[in-house]
Design a protein around this ligand. Structure first.
Ligand code: MF3
Ligand code: CO
Length: 249
């Protein structure tokens, strides 16, 4: 069931999303050579708690941390660790969210540590741009497939590939609500988009093949061919006047 949010609900969700966005920005600003992924996680968690919110990934299906931090060929769900030290040239995907007064926010971004390769930069830029193409397609009266089609078309034009095995999602009183929001698809297909729908749109893009595999830790998702991957995500609401990004710092 897809829940359309009322104005009152959106007011609370906006706050959950603002907290999520600020936490992501703080963690991203702290990316530098020598910092551990556990330290970034701690920065985000501390901020979220300071706002009277809670990290919504923690304990989700047993997930042990506030953020998922995934480096280079890691796509998503990397578990923060004191042993994982970030170095210059890495691209660092941070995904996190907060639940505030029962409503969820969710967002992700990939950050560069120091100087990165031209290919890594192109990947980050293309993934970021593809998210905005997807958001622009999230309009009332359109179809769910319009979002994925816009993302996929742009990504493939840039010579990259869209991960298929993980998708975006509805979001609200649960972190994951209906519908699933694939980052690939066909324009004009799928459910009708309506005002009040709140969606987490989150393209995961690889420089190589879209295929992925899960590490023995049961969480970390890697590109199967070892190529680089980037990830950007916003929580948005569809309004009668178009899509609005809720996860703004
Ligand atoms: N990052 C995922 C999403 O954006 C959710 C994380 S699953 C968790 O939907 F278990 F790591 F929390
Ligand atoms: Co998400």
């Amino acid at each position: 069931m897809i829940v359309l949010k009322t104005g009152r609900e959106l007011k609370v969700m906006r706050e959950a999303c603002r907290i999520s966005a600020e936490a992501l920005k703080l963690a991203g600003d702290a990316v530098q050579p020598g910092v551990t992924t556990a330290e970034l996680d701690r920065i985000a968690e501390k901020y979220i708690l300071s706002q009277g919110a809670k990290p919504n990934f923690k304990n989700y299906n047993g997930y042990p941390a506030t953020a998922c931090i995934s480096i280079n060929n890691e796509v998503i769900h990397g578990i923060p660790s004191k042993k994982r030290v970030i170095k210059a040239g890495d691209i660092v995907s941070i995904d996190l969210g907060a639940v505030y007064e029962g409503y969820h926010g969710d967002n992700a971004a990939t950050f560069a540590c120091g100087d990165i390769s031209a290919e890594a930069k192109r990947l980050m830029d293309a993934t970021h741009e593809s998210l905005y193409k997807g958001i622009a397609a999230a309009v009332s009266g359109g179809r769910l497939g319009d979002i994925g089609a816009a993302i996929q078309q742009y990504v493939e034009q840039q010579g990259f590939s869209v991960v298929r095995q993980f998708v975006g999602h509805g979001i609200g009183t649960a972190l994951h609500e209906a519908p699933e929001v694939p980052n690939f698809g066909t324009q004009g297909r799928g459910i009708r988009l309506m005002p009040g729908m709140t969606l987490a749109i989150e393209p995961m893009v690889n420089t190589g093949h879209f295929d992925v595999k899960v590490m023995p830790d049961g969480w970390t998702v890697l590109t199967r061919d070892g190529s680089l991957s980037a990830h950007f995500e916003h929580t948005i609401v569809i309004t009668p006047d178009g899509p609005q990004i809720l996860t703004k710092a």
